[in-house]
Design a protein around this ligand. Structure first.
Ligand SMILES: Cc1ncc(COP(=O)(O)O)c(C=O)c1O
Length: 589
């Protein structure tokens, strides 16, 4: 009896030791930042109190002298006036949009660090409604043209004119069929063949967004491996589905998701030793900033933002991942929704020279219409088991393979056959690196504290000096005629049809924005002003607000302002469709 207890105890201790070792390894494979600790980040995010600087502190958050504060104040008012005067009609429409569109209400609150937010939001009203594009330029409702580097969230790789053509021709090709869903437009066959060739896979499925493509890829991996967990890398975005968005932003705790350190030998050891991992998700955009989040200006509490893009090192990392996934029967998924056709004709697989098991595409691949695609081997894509007829892997979507989307996709995919398009991918790194070096040279020669870093045509702004106000740069850029997405100066997406002349225009505008910002005193510096001193100060402020000691700083819940009425709603006229509903009824009769 005693011997049995002894053996039983020994076995239990052995299991406990193995479990503890695996747990420890998992902890070591987490990035030390909060991004690497999803649950803790969610918890802490609920504790951070809102507070804002009063009018005086807004210009003196770095203890700059009075004269510099005055300079800043004057320039701030000048910019606000410039925005208001330049585009009154656009601003009226934009106000109306913010009133009713939840997306806009949200992004308008997350453009700058929250301590500065309300004054910026009320003073710098931004034109968010536009009416036309021409080449690389975009026009607001007041007729102002600016250089567009939003990249339409990644869709715009070949230029707006190209996508307009795709959609126009696609509509003509799908017109006779209309929105028939269920049976397919014949063009689907060619799309499938082309995507199989591009991805080097045997089967394809169509979805309505990148988020859904990722959902399906992960579901297939779990179904076939019969394992529960997925691995994603710290900082990587894979759409907004609960199952891959661990941490802040998702009200549910991340379950069955391991967020591991990118480019880390410890993470490889976790993959090599755990038995519960179904798949590894890779967003190749992370090559630019491994373990970092997307570089939004709202996170610029200090001006520290880093990019460490090393193509060879990242390719070597992907090869290691490939090897361990093959050895352990883990499905390697490349999520190419964002980067796909921006890097190479064969996407990130070709660009980095590594093949994944499943690949997702989206954004640009449907010629400007909404899309998500999964490509994989026939084995992995199968949604049923011959030997277990009721054990299926379900996936549907009303609008999958919509005829108009399929014809637009065909226009896009056929375009890739053109010799000049294929030529455009040759020496793509050198071309864009040369451009970045040129702008950096101009900035350095003028002693300006901005630089750019890039991965092909995905660019970000970096700052060489500690500051509380680097987020202001996006407004100087806007005033200089550059249109960015809501993340601001953290992400410029160029379309590949940008001419040298237009790039010159971008550089001129960028440099002039930088010079104005410096001249207006926002880059005042002192030996005491460092990234560390800024972080410490913000931490002190946060704690004192949290403890209720800070009576000076305003907390909105205590003295909330009523929402402003929609500005000049009467000015907003929406054009009517050419045929009215009564015409349609008449036709039906
Ligand atoms: C890598 C990646 N995966 C998935 C998605 C989600 O795509 P969608 O916005 O079409 O749902 C995105 C969107 O930006 C993305 O960048």
């Amino acid at each position: 009896m005693q011997a049995a207890l002894f053996v039983g105890g020994g076995i239990a201790a052995l299991f406990a030791a193995r479990w503890a070792r695996a747990r420890l390894l998992l902890s070591r494979a987490k990035h030390p930042s909060l991004r690497g600790h999803a649950r803790m980040a969610r918890r802490i995010s609920k504790w951070i109190p809102y507070y804002e600087y009063d009018d005086e502190e807004f210009f003196a958050a770095d203890d700059a002298p009075e004269s510099v504060q005055q300079q800043r104040r004057a320039s701030f008012e000048r910019l606000a006036d410039q925005f208001a005067r330049k585009a009154p009609k656009t601003l009226a429409y934009s106000g109306a949009v913010e009133d009713g569109l939840a997306d806009v209400e949200f992004v308008n609150r997350y453009r700058v660090p929250f301590q500065f937010r309300e004054k910026v939001r009320k003073s710098f009203r931004l034109g968010l409604v536009v009416q036309a594009t021409r080449g690389r330029h975009i026009q607001d409702l007041d007729g102002n043209w600016s250089l567009d580097v939003t990249g339409a969230y990644g869709v715009n790789v070949f230029g707006y004119d190209f996508y307009k053509g795709c959609i126009e021709r696609a509509c003509r090709r799908a017109e006779a069929l209309g929105p028939v869903l269920g049976p397919y437009h014949p063009v689907v066959i060619d799309n499938v063949e082309r995507l199989k060739r591009i991805s080097h896979k045997e089967q394809v499925s169509f979805h309505m967004s990148g988020t859904e493509a990722v959902m399906q890829a992960v579901r297939l991996a779990r179904y076939h491996t019969k394992k529960s967990h997925i691995v994603r890398f710290c900082g990587a975005y894979h759409g907004w589905w609960d199952g891959v968005q661990a941490g802040v932003g998702n009200p549910r705790p991340a379950r069955e998701v391991y967020t591991l350190k990118d480019m880390s030998a410890t993470s490889l050891r976790v993959l090599a030793t755990r038995n519960d991992i179904a798949c590894v998700l890779v967003n190749p955009l992370q090559a630019m900033h491994p373990n970092g989040n997307a570089p939004t200006d709202s996170m610029l509490v200090t001006s520290s933002r880093t990019v460490r893009y090393d193509k060879e090192a990242y390719a070597a990392w992907l090869r290691q991942l490939r090897e361990v996934c093959s050895q352990r029967g883990i499905v390697l998924i490349f999520d190419e929704v964002f980067l796909g056709f921006r890097l190479a004709l064969g996407g990130a697989q070709e660009y980095f020279g590594v093949r994944a098991d499943l690949v997702t595409y989206g954004k640009t691949v449907a010629g400007g219409l909404p899309i998500g695609v999964v490509c994989g081997s026939a084995d992995l894509m199968r949604r049923y088991r011959d030997e277990r007829p009721t054990d299926i892997c379900f996936a549907r979507g009303t609008f999958n393979s919509h005829p108009y989307v399929m014809t637009a996709m065909n226009e896009f995919l056929q375009h890739l056959d053109w010799p000049e398009v294929q030529e455009g991918y040759h020496d793509i790194d050198a071309r864009w690196d040369r451009r970045a070096a040129k702008l950096n040279g101009m900035l350095a020669t003028r002693g300006l504290p901005m630089r750019v870093a890039n991965m092909v045509s995905v660019w970000t702004t970096l700052f060489t000096q500690a500051s509380r106000y680097s987020w202001m740069f996006q407004y100087y850029l806007r005033a200089a005629g550059i249109t960015m997405s809501w993340v601001g100066s953290g992400r410029f997406l160029f379309s590949h049809d940008l001419t040298e002349e237009e790039f010159g225009e971008f550089c001129t505008r960028f440099v002039s924005a930088a010079e104005s910002m410096v001249a207006d005193g926002w880059w005042w510096s002192s030996p005491q002003l460092t990234h560390k001193s800024i972080q410490k100060r913000v931490l002190r402020e946060t704690i004192s607000v949290l403890l209720g000691r800070d009576r000076k700083r305003r907390r909105p819940l205590l003295d909330a302002q009523p929402a402003q009425p929609a500005p000049v709603a009467a000015m907003v006229e929406i054009p009517r469709p050419e045929s009215s509903p009564s015409d349609a009824t008449a036709v039906a009769r």
